[in-house]
Design a protein around this ligand. Structure first.
Ligand SMILES: *Cc1c(COP(=O)(O)O)cnc(C)c1O
Length: 524
């Protein structure tokens, strides 16, 4: 009976609420509202159209907009693209300067890069260490030729909240368009496009227990805001977003937003309480730090840096928790989180970070268990202690072969080895660089008889250090000098991108050879 990991990745996506599934199902089959909402000449089409318009009103109501301000899109990515590319291309003969921030979602950053190629100038604001973009920064960045300011309401990695009301009013005063990416905040924080003076607002369903593949762009009505569409065809959505309207998806979005509006006052304090409970438990562990502003943050997101433990190793040890990390190699991307680095975290600390995000279906018991598990694993990994009991089949991660998982499960690590003349030790690497290894070998009659190691690094480095410590036993000095990392790389199936880290291991072994005790060398 293997249970699935505890799901704490609701900022990536959420499970669809059963009430939403029911509403969507009623739009699919022959008995349901499956028709093309544009087919106005028969009752099937008119009924489907009524469902779509009802959903449009639900979406509008959540952000205090009028229904005709809502354009359905495939999600927040498309809404962001339509807002930025659409507005900038419409005004291509006029002002061409855009203000955004370095910690925006790639859907905004990459759209801005595209606009730079099309001749726009873009200012990328750097938030302070709290992760928040302050209204004063925006005021300073806005120029006479600024067309638009684009900022997220809530950051998807660290959960901090920008003061969109203050920024919106500033933009309106200066005659600049204001676009807000509200993918992480809709239904979690109050949004009022009128009062907050928001001209363009990007929304999505799947971060709020709705289906993936549907979202909306809310567009200011008066004075009319010009947009150039991204795609051309049947002219749906006032010609701004052609394509047959996906009735079931739109109805799912509407239902998800209605439920959120009705349950916000109950859900949000509950989720905030659970997040606080989780943070209190983690804060009690030395070396665990909160990322982002401690107060101005959304209910469901907690991002922490765990000093002294490499992020990928922690993630693997925590295979019974489904969380997201700032670790580079977990996803085999080359870079650690650009958001955490923009806040001034070093690469190493950015890599040792975890995002835990809670949702409507997260329970108190899950949070308690997650906190306890994290506490245990952080202590264990720092001490290099073996784990007791059977290897959990949850560590069944395809990126690591059985030997890596076996060695990580039973890290022999560091233990007592007297600092006697018969002990040769060697170290190499640097935690700041992400890999550090230290060996201590007991030498008797010119051979290695006992070995200890301690390592900071990704799972492959920890496993390779354990492998090297075992392989060294029985070797003499020249045999040890000839040891190379290739065998460990082969047996542990280390990806080529990590070979450089194994060279650190080899350097540590070479340091042992250099420190070979002279006394034993001379004994026969
Ligand atoms: C998830 C997310 C997006 C992308 O939304 P999709 O609907 O998946 O395209 C954009 N911005 C932020 C802040 C997000 O969290």
């Amino acid at each position: 009976m293997s249970s699935r990991p505890i799901y704490l990745d609701n900022a990536a996506t959420t499970a669809v609420d059963p009430r939403v599934i029911a509403a969507m199902s009623s739009c699919l089959g022959a008995d349901g509202d499956f028709a093309n909402p544009s087919s106005a000449n028969h009752v099937y089409g008119r009924e489907a159209s009524a469902r779509v318009e009802h959903a449009r009103a639900e979406v509008a109501a959540l952000v205090n907009a009028a229904p005709d301000q809502i354009l359905f899109t495939s999600g927040a990515t498309e809404a962001n693209n339509l807002a930025l590319l659409g507005a900038a291309r419409f005004h291509s003969k006029r002002s061409r300067h855009i203000v955004t921030s370095r910690t925006e979602h790639p859907a905004v950053l990459d759209a801005c890069r595209q606009l730079e190629r099309e001749g726009c100038a873009v200012t990328y604001l750097k938030p302070g260490p709290s992760g928040i973009v302050e209204v004063e920064q925006v005021a300073e960045a806005v120029r006479p030729d600024t067309l638009l300011v684009s900022l997220m309401h809530v950051n998807n990695e660290i959960g901090v909240i920008n003061d969109i009301g203050a920024i919106g009013r500033l933009c309106r005063e200066r005659g600049v368009l204001f676009h807000v990416d509200a993918a992480q905040s809709a239904g979690k924080l109050p949004i009022d496009v009128q009062n907050d003076a928001i001209d363009l607002l990007s929304l999505t369903a799947h971060k709020l227990h709705g289906p993936k593949g549907i979202g909306a762009l809310c567009v200011r009505r008066e004075p009319r805001l010009g947009l150039v569409p991204l795609q051309f065809g049947g002219g749906q959505e006032r010609g701004l977003r052609s394509g047959t309207l996906p009735t079931h998806q739109i109805v799912g979005l509407g239902a998800a937003y209605r439920i959120a509006r009705e349950s916000m006052s109950v859900d949000i304090p509950r989720i905030a309480g659970l997040r606080e409970r989780l943070w209190q438990a983690l804060a009690a562990i030395p070396g665990v730090e909160l990322n982002g502003d401690p107060v101005r943050r959304v209910a469901g997101i907690l991002n922490v840096t765990v000093d002294g433990v490499e992020g990928e190793a922690l993630l693997l040890a925590l295979a019974d928790l489904a969380v997201s990390s700032g670790s580079a190699c977990a996803s085999l991307h080359a870079e650690p989180s650009y958001v955490l680095r923009a806040l001034g975290r070093s690469d190493r600390l950015a890599q040792s970070s975890l995002r835990l995000s809670l949702g409507r279906f997260t329970t108190e018991a899950e949070v308690e268990q997650a906190a306890a598990r994290m506490g245990d694993e952080i202590v264990r990994l720092r001490a290099g202690e073996p784990r007791s009991g059977a290897m959990p089949d949850l560590a069944d991660d395809a990126r690591y072969n059985l030997e890596v998982r076996r060695r990580l499960h039973a890290l022999p690590g560091w233990g007592d080895l007297p600092n006697a003349p018969s002990v040769a030790s060697g170290r190499a690497g640097d935690r700041e660089q992400g890999t550090a290894v230290e060996f201590a070998f007991r030498i008797e009659r010119d051979r290695v008889t006992e070995t200890r190691f301690r390592a900071f690094g990704c799972p492959h480095v920890l496993a390779a250090a354990s492998w090297a410590a075992e392989a060294a036993r029985g070797l003499d000095r020249s045999e040890l000098a000839g040891w190379d990392w290739q065998e460990a790389a082969r047996v542990l199936e280390v990806p080529a991108a990590k070979f450089g880290r194994l060279l650190t291991l080899q350097d540590a072994i070479r340091a042992v050879v250099r420190n070979w005790p002279a006394a034993t060398e001379s004994t026969v």
